[in-house]
Design a protein around this ligand. Structure first.
Ligand SMILES: [Zn+2]
Ligand SMILES: [Zn+2]
Length: 682
């Protein structure tokens, strides 16, 4: 590829929320599709930075952390690491998968909004907002729940009703209550900072009208939305979890998560340049060169946000800036329709769907990648169906796997694994050779126009043609009278096997790497997209003995395993439910405290002699700050009797006393009726 054709890209995929492991629909809608695109561009020789990260400042993770009693930061970083590791297992080739809770992003966002304010796009307004007197905080978005004013669903949240899908504001809810403590909130006045969208309307309209690259339906959707009028949007929140706003007078306010996560596309490249590529100038090189193409892989529900809100922010930032200081506006979006699961909506609480952690426990990553792209929801909502998954893997096996395995095993058996000489082409050869010489252009064109599903299907058809060619030539008969003629056929087939290794690389990289290994070729990272030729594999190359690339899946068994996984891990609000079998492992009993004494050199600990009816034991418990010795003596308590013994200050504790703990309040459990010592809790 000549240098002149080399292009510069920033490839991005929508940021997963840090509060949940993504499901298959999330993955195909953004991350996996973007990965195929980025891998292809890199092989083509273009310059690419592929970034995304965990969207960490949403309210769900803050609500969840408050409920389980750890810091939001700790929970967000822990979940982020899990999601990051999973993307690695899915072979998503991010140059930087970061989190919005990182110093580069936080600083970038703060300066970005100060710039926009300086440019005259920020207004201030005083509004009424819900406030919880008990928790001493304002209740934006998901911090408040109540009845939906539209459909009367009782579990609607402050930002949206899940039942009727209507967007809500906290003040619209009927009977609102605090999501943390359940109490009714009061109404308080508070000041917020707004983005002046009406001021950007004209420029945005022009921008979208002159863009001939974005899909027509997305373009129309955006124009309609501008036609309806763009309201001023509040960009601050009364929340402590988030990026502190730096506007004068906005102490204790944070930037609304919608308006900062989207800037992660920019700051993630900055962080990559500084920390990973170790060349800070690469940030301007990518983001401030008008020739750079930025592409956003998103679900259809995100179109407006990426084609209006995000470019609006960039326009406001760029105002009065010189060329070379301006950020590039979005080049294109690739949006997918929704993926359903067996014609149902994915739902974690109902155990409907497949999540990307579970998927990899059920089948290897390339089966999933292949199947998800093969059925990518490009033009309409699509369902993941087990029957289709089974068929897709069969398609992979019967066409691609079969052609490659036939070729490689025949070469090993009949030619000692040495690629034979090519002879003169006949018409049948020529037809297949033309295909081989052309195929990377055809597939490349589909990928460049985001028709990933068609690209993959065309690769399968190419392998089918390989099988047809083999059957037409029937080298297994030919070899009996003319070994050189049969060798010629397999030379051509080995070129097609190489072509498949290259073409499949963006889609199923593990399989590609295996094929290249069998062909004794360099590693995938050095292979170029346009290296597919009629003579890519040289005569005399010694190939390796292949193993079958794919295996037949037992779908019934996989489904059973999934049910087992779901049963063991139905998560409700992020917490694992335990089975009754698990509960039965705990031996919880009634005991009597016979004696209590302080543990020397330990302010908080008591050593207790207890009676379990059939035996006596010693317990050590941290109760000294909460109970006096006399209050405990003679009290009936509940203990976990089969906990592993543990040494505290040299004393072995043979069990654990059960108590309710909330903040610094501790209350030990006690039976409310007279019941014999040793009675079991069940
Ligand atoms: Zn509703
Ligand atoms: Zn509250």
């Amino acid at each position: 590829m000549s240098k002149a054709n080399k292009e510069k890209w920033v490839v991005t995929s929508a940021w997963p929320y840090v509060n949940a492991v993504p499901h298959l629909g999330n993955l195909i809608g953004s991350t996996l599709s973007a990965d195929v695109f980025a891998r292809y561009l890199r092989m083509k020789g273009d310059e690419v930075v592929f970034v995304s990260g965990s969207d960490s400042h949403g309210t769900p993770v803050a609500v969840e952390a408050k409920k389980i009693g750890i810091s939001t930061e700790e929970l967000a970083l822990k979940n982020h690491q899990i999601i990051k590791d999973l993307h690695q297992k899915w072979k998503i080739s991010f140059d930087n998968y970061t989190i919005t809770h990182n110093p580069t992003h936080i600083k970038f966002v703060q300066n970005f909004y100060l710039d926009i304010q300086k440019n005259g796009y920020i207004t201030e307004q005083e509004i009424e907002s819900l406030y919880c007197e008990n928790d001493k905080l304002f209740l934006p978005d998901r911090f408040v729940e109540g009845t939906c004013p539209f459909c009367k669903e009782e579990a609607a949240r402050g930002d949206q009703c899940d039942k009727c899908q209507k967007l809500l504001t906290p003040l619209e809810l009927i009977n609102p209550h605090c999501a943390i403590c359940g109490k009714s909130p009061t109404i308080k006045k508070t000041k917020h900072w707004y983005l002046d969208f009406p001021k950007l309307e004209k420029e945005l309209k022009e921008l979208i009208e002159k863009n001939d690259i974005i899909p027509q339906n997305a373009k129309q959707m955006c124009l309609n939305s501008i036609e309806e009028g763009l309201p001023e949007r509040s960009i601050t929140r009364d929340l402590d979890w988030g990026i502190p706003a730096k506007f004068k007078g906005a102490e204790n306010k944070t930037i609304y998560v919608w308006f900062e996560a989207v800037l992660g596309y920019i700051s993630a490249v900055k962080e990559w340049a500084e920390k990973i590529a170790k060349d800070a100038t690469l940030f301007d090189y990518f983001w401030k060169d008008p020739k750079t193409k930025t592409v956003y892989f998103i679900g259809k529900d995100n179109i407006i946000f990426h084609l209006i809100v995000f470019p609006g922010l960039i326009l406001a930032y760029n105002k009065d800036k010189k060329d070379g200081e301006k950020l590039v506006l979005p080049y294109n979006v690739s949006s997918t329709e929704f993926l359903m699961y067996e014609n149902d909506k994915f739902s974690k609480s109902h155990g409907i769907g497949i999540w990307i952690d579970d998927a990899l426990k059920l089948a290897s990553v390339d089966y999933w990648r292949f199947s998800l792209i093969f059925n990518r929801p490009e033009t309409s909502d699509t369902s993941f169906l087990w029957s289709e998954f089974e068929n897709n893997v069969k398609t992979l096996n019967d066409n691609i796997g079969n052609f490659i395995h036939r070729t490689l095993t025949f070469l090993n058996r009949q030619y000692n694994g040495i690629i034979p000489k090519k002879l003169k082409y006949d018409a049948i050869d020529q037809r297949f050779i033309d295909k081989i010489n052309n195929i990377s252009n055809i597939i490349g064109e589909s990928i460049e126009t985001f028709k990933l599903r068609k690209a993959l299907r065309d690769i399968v058809d190419f392998a089918k043609e390989g099988n047809v060619y083999l059957n037409e030539k029937a080298p297994w008969h030919l070899i009996k009278k003319d070994k050189a003629a049969a060798g010629h056929v397999f030379n051509i087939c080995s070129q097609a096997v190489y072509a498949l290794a290259v073409l499949l690389a963006p889609f199923i990289p593990d399989t590609s790497e295996k094929i290249l290994f069998y062909l004794n070729q360099p590693k995938l990272s050095t292979i170029e997209w346009n290296s597919i030729k009629e003579n890519s594999i040289k005569e005399g190359t010694k190939i390796k003995k292949p193993e079958p690339l794919f295996e037949k899946l037992d779908i019934e068994e996989i489904k059973e395993n999934l049910n087992e996984l779901i049963k063991n891990k139905i998560k409700e609000g992020g917490k694992e439910l335990v089975s009754y079998e698990d509960f039965k492992k705990l031996d919880i009993r009634i005991a009597l405290i016979e004696n209590v004494e302080k543990v020397p050199k330990a302010d908080k600990l008591y050593k207790m002699a207890i009676d379990l009816g059939s035996e006596k034991r010693t317990l050590v418990a941290g109760l000294a700050e909460h109970y006096k010795i006399d209050d405990l003596k003679g009290k009936k308590i509940v203990i976990l009797a089969n906990l592993e013994p543990r040494k505290l200050k040299g004393i072995t504790s043979q069990g654990m006393l059960l108590a309710a703990v909330e903040g610094d309040k501790v209350s030990i459990l006690s039976p409310d009726k007279d019941i014999p010592l040793g009675a079991k809790i069940e």
